[in-house]
Design a protein around this ligand. Sequence first.
Ligand SMILES: Cc1ncc(COP(=O)(O)O)c(C=O)c1O
Length: 352
Amino acid sequence: MIRRNISILETTKSSLKDFNYDDFVFGVQPTDHLFLSAFKNKKWQNHRIEPFRNLSLSPNTLCLHYGQTVFEGMKAFRQENGAIHIFRPDRHHSRLNKSLDRMSMPQIPKDLFMAAIEELVRLDQQWIPRNKDISLYIRPFVIATEPRLGVKIADEYLFCITCSPMGLYYPKPVQVKIETRFIRAAEGGVGYTKCGGNYGASFYPTQKAKDEGFDQIIWTDATTKKYLEEAGTMNIMAVINNKLVTPPLSNTILDGVTRDSILQIAKDLKIETEIRRIPYEELRSEMKNGNKVELFGVGTAAVISPISRISIEAEDYFPYIEKDAIMFQLKQQLEKIRKGNIPDTHKWNHFI
Ligand SMILES: Cc1ncc(COP(=O)(O)O)c(C=O)c1O
C-alpha cells in the first residue's frame, strides 16, 4: 500500500501480545514497524514503513567514525475517548532541522516528517494502551550512511523513526550534583543540538556522579562554571520566591519543548516567570537561609522530575518537594492538556 508517498508493508506477526505493560524497561521493546527514507543524489527518496528490522551498514559507514548522527524524542498519547495525538511535533521538527544544519546534514522537509510520524503512529497505535499511564516514545534520527573512509561530510543519509512504549522515566525524585569540573557544551559548539556526541561525551562525568550516589548531574557553563545550564536529558527550572526561574536559551543548551510548554503554562496560570542565568551560589544561599526553593528538570521523557537532593561543592541541600509545590501544579496542568481534560488552547496536541 502507498499512503502519502510512503510505501507501507505491514507486519504479519505483531509482538504486542507478548509485551508485558506491567513490567518493562523503557526502550528495549520496539513497536512492530519502522519508517525509513534514504538521502541520495541530493534528495530524500524511497520513503517506506516496514516491519521493524535491523539495519545493515558497511563497517566504513561515515557515521560510525565521525559522528554525523542526530536524533529527536517526542511522545504520542491516547486520550480517554481513544483519540491519539502527538505532542508538538512541529517544534520537534524545527529543532531536528536546526541540529541537522549544524551537523552539515540535509534537513527533513516538514511534510515528510509529519507524514512519516503520523503514518507510523497510526499503524502502531494499538501499542498505546487504554487506561494506563503509558505513552509511545517516538525516536526519529538521521545518520550519515555513505560507506567510505576519509573525514568528510557524507553525501548519503538515512532518516529512520522507531517507537517504543514508555511509562514513568524517573519514578522517584532525583538526586543531583552540580558539576564544576567537566563541561557539557561551550559557546560556539553543538550544545543546542541533539547530536549523538553530546550524549556520548556526558556519560563519563554522569557515571562518576552515579558512582557517588547521584542520579544525574546539573551542568554549569563552560566559562565560569558558576551558572546552571541543564541536566542530562532535561532543562532545569527553579521556583524561588514563588517565581518560576529558568536559564535563557543559548547555543550551549537544548531548546526543550517541555521547557517552552511549562513556561507557557506558568503564564496561563498567572505564575510569575523569569528567564535569567541562575548562579548555583544563589540556590545555596536561599536554601541555607531556610527559604523554600523548588528545583526540577523538565523534558519529554521525564516530563517534570522533582529534585530532592542537590550537592553543591560536596554540601547537600534539600529543595522543596511537598505535594503543594508549584512544579506539581504545572505538571498536572500539562497532563490535563494532554489527556484532553481541559481545552488545548495552544493547539499542542496534534491528532492523527
Ligand atoms: C540535553 C537535553 N536537554 C533538555 C531536554 C528536554 O527537551 P524536550 O523537553 O524537548 O524533551 C532533552 C531531551 O530531549 C535533552 O536531551
